[in-house]
Design a protein around this ligand. Structure first.
Ligand code: PEP
Ligand code: MG
Length: 542
């Protein structure tokens, strides 16, 4: 029995498929006994990789097909292959090392050519890692092609890997790393795939099958073979679709989305609108800035199911674990503390202007009630800068996210320059507790029940009530039915969550009065630990 942090509810069991990591830099020795024979292995490996990628391209569609075809062509390209062969014969290098060094030469040349060519560096590195893995006789890196419903086990997954997963074939996700609010976890919830992160030792245990509980975080290696299954969560919960407390205080129950598919799932789940549209999720794989027309089309597709309903579109939160190739080209030592969100927008105001134009025109076309907000605001000045630009672009309601402790501390002043705020509890927890949301080892600190976090939210709730302007929560905290009651008691007026949680939270909220939620919130605020806060609130609400 292993355990981790359950981040996407649901129970499932099935055969394990491991997502391999790249092999890293191969050693430069020992020299091959027969350099000619060693060199001849390279062409075979490259052809094998090219054929595999082409076969996957043949059964893929759209952007994935194009990407796979480009990578297959690079693998089949004779110049990389012949340079590597020469390195084996002239420098006496083992074949994997020769491929690694030849690819480095190509990558440098592409990088210095800049522009579109520089954007191909990632592709050449992918080809390199695949050919090296083939030569070493190990599994190629990345999510393998699944042939049957399976439990995926990985060190961690990139958001782009997770976004491409097929929920029909992925029964559950288990990772060694990752925190409860890492974007892998968020995407797993959006896809409705049960997931447990921070499961120490799962790779070393090398299980053939796993039974996974995404609620409790338990991961069991069965002693007898089990029949694969996936159990749906919250199927029996009913809710009338209008968020209120039992005495009629209106609390909108909204959904977090990142694509047109999510928006449809949100509408089907009965969400009253969208509280967070993560626009950067549309462009995780884009190499160039999408045109205003392309952005208009992508945004209109998300807004379409919510005609006449409230939608909050967030401008690009590029950076940290969601780098966008066209906005974050340089590596940073601490990307979560680097040029991210609004900081990128201030450097590239032209990109922001084009995005605002696309959002405004998509809103006009679809008739959704669109508000726009900016991520990663730390100061009043940043909030005012953004609100001015958004209003000038024709946005009626301009707001900001509060997800940096500094912004929570000056919430009152921020309210004087914006129309609303939305609290991102995922980042607010990460920055308040100084705990990387992607790191398994600190997953327990990244808990929205931390009394310190609740006190910051309480300050923002008070500032909202004083300003007579709304404060919502769009972090994952809003998806916990008990915590939702606490948030309402702290003065929060809308809750936005993954579509799968909408019904559960809506139904739970209708059970008690506003006044009672205020008492519950006071009890949570004076708790000393997350365990105390959870136990006290659970006892009061159940
Ligand atoms: C948050 O930080 O809570 C949030 C909603 O934004 P994201 O998860 O996209 O960083
Ligand atoms: Mg955030």
């Amino acid at each position: 029995m292993l355990s981790g942090v359950g981040v996407s509810p649901g129970r499932a069991a099935g055969p394990v498929v491991v997502v391999a990591q790249p092999a890293g830099e191969p050693p430069a020795g020992p020299p091959p006994a027969d350099p000619a024979a060693e060199a001849s292995r390279i062409a075979a490996a490259a052809e094998h990789v090219a054929a595999n990628l082409q076969a996957r391209a043949d059964s893929a569609t759209g952007e994935a097909k194009q990407l796979l075809e480009t990578t297959a062509m690079m693998a089949a390209d004779p110049s990389l292959r012949s340079q590597a062969e020469q390195l084996v014969t002239t420098k006496q290098l083992p074949a994997p090392r020769a491929v690694y060094e030849a690819a480095a030469g190509f990558a440098d040349a592409l990088r210095s050519a800049g522009g579109y060519m520089a954007e191909r560096v990632r592709d050449i590195e992918d080809v390199r890692d695949r050919v090296v893995a083939d030569l070493l006789g190990i599994a190629p890196p990345g999510v393998p092609e699944l042939t049957e419903p399976s439990v995926l086990v990985a060190q961690d997954l990139a958001p782009a890997d997770t976004a491409g997963l097929d929920p029909k074939l992925v029964l559950a996700l288990v990772t060694e790393e990752g925190g409860p609010t890492s974007h892998t976890a968020i995407l797993a919830r959006a896809l409705g795939i049960p997931a447990v992160v921070a499961v120490r030792g799962v790779l070393a245990a090398n299980p053939a099958q796993l039974i996974v509980d995404g609620q409790t975080g338990s991961v069991e290696i069965p002693s007898e073979p089990v029949t694969p299954f996936a159990a749906e969560v919250g199927a029996g919960v009913s809710w009338n679709g209008v968020g209120t407390t039992s005495d009629g205080l209106r609390i909108k129950i909204l959904a977090n989305v990142g694509s047109a598919k999510d928006a449809k799932a949100a509408a089907d789940a009965g969400a009253e609108g969208i509280g967070l549209f993560r626009t950067e999720f549309c462009y995780l794989a884009a190499t160039d800035e999408p045109s205003v027309e392309e952005q208009h089309a992508a945004y209109a597709a998300v807004l379409a199911p919510f005609h006449g309903k409230p939608i909050i579109v967030r401008t690009l939160d590029a950076g940290a674990d969601k780098p966008l190739a066209f906005l974050n080209p340089a590596a940073e030592p601490n990307p979560a503390l680097g040029v991210r969100g609004i900081r990128v927008s201030r450097e590239r105001a032209d990109v922001l202007e084009r995005q605002l134009a696309a959002i405004v025109s998509a809103a006009e076309e679809t008739g959704a009630q669109v508000s726009v907000m900016a991520p990663m605001i730390a100061t009043v000045e940043e909030a005012a800068w953004f609100a001015d630009r958004a209003h000038a672009a024709g946005v009626t309601r301009a707001g900001v996210m509060i997800e940096v402790p500094a912004a929570a501390l000056v919430a009152e002043e921020i309210f004087s320059v914006v129309d609303f705020v939305s609290i991102g509890t995922n980042d607010l927890a990460q920055y308040t507790l100084a705990a990387d949301r992607q790191l398994g080892a600190v997953a327990n600190l990244n808990d929205p029940w931390q009394p310190a976090l609740l006190r910051l939210i309480g300050m923002i709730g008070k500032a909202a009530e004083a300003a007579g302007k709304p404060a919502g929560v769009c972090g994952e905290a809003a998806a916990d039915p008990n915590l939702a009651g606490v948030l309402v008691g702290l003065g929060i007026s809308s809750l936005s969550m993954n579509p799968g949680a909408v019904r559960r939270v809506g139904a739970a909220l209708a059970k008690h009065t506003e006044d009672y939620y205020r008492q519950v919130a006071r009890a949570a605020l004076v708790s000393h630990t997350t365990a105390d806060a959870k136990a006290t609130v659970h006892a009061m609400l159940s």
